[in-house]
Design a protein. Structure first.
Length: 114
C-alpha cells in the first residue's frame, strides 16, 4: 500500500497528504498546519468565484434567450443579483478574515496567509 504522505513541490521539509487534487501540504514534522489551511482557503475562494462566474453566464444566457418573456427575464435578473451577492459575500468574508486574523489577532506571526 502506498503511503498517503508526499512532499509538495517547493516545500522545504514540509510533508503533505496525497489527494486526487495533488499534494496538499500540512506542515508535518516541520511546523504547524498553516500551509494546508492556506491551500484550502485559496481553493474554496477559487471554487466560489468559478461557481459565481458560471451562474452569471447561465443567467445572461437566460436573459438573452428570453424572447420577450417577462418571467424569464425576471428570473435571469434575480439569478444575476444572487450570484453577484454571493460573490460579494465571499470577498467580504476574506476581507473580514484578513482584518480579524492579521490586524486584531496577529495570526500572521504564526504563518497564516489568507
Amino acid at each position: 500500500m502506498a503511503s498517503p504522505l508526499c512532499v509538495p513541490s517547493g516545500a522545504t521539509g514540509n510533508l503533505g497528504v496525497s489527494t486526487p487534487f495533488g499534494c496538499l501540504p500540512f506542515g508535518g514534522n516541520a511546523g504547524p498546519a498553516t500551509p494546508m489551511i492556506t491551500v484550502l482557503v485559496n481553493w474554496s475562494v477559487g471554487l466560489a468565484a468559478g461557481v459565481a462566474l458560471l451562474t452569471l453566464i447561465y443567467a445572461s444566457f437566460q436573459i438573452v434567450t428570453a424572447a420577450g418573456d417577462a418571467k424569464r427575464v425576471q428570473a435571469g435578473r434575480e439569478l444575476v443579483t444572487a450570484s453577484i451577492g454571493g460573490l460579494i459575500l465571499v470577498v467580504m468574508g476574506i476581507v473580514i478574515l484578513n482584518f480579524l486574523g492579521v490586524s486584531v489577532l496577529g495570526l500572521d506571526a504564526l504563518g497564516f496567509k489568507i
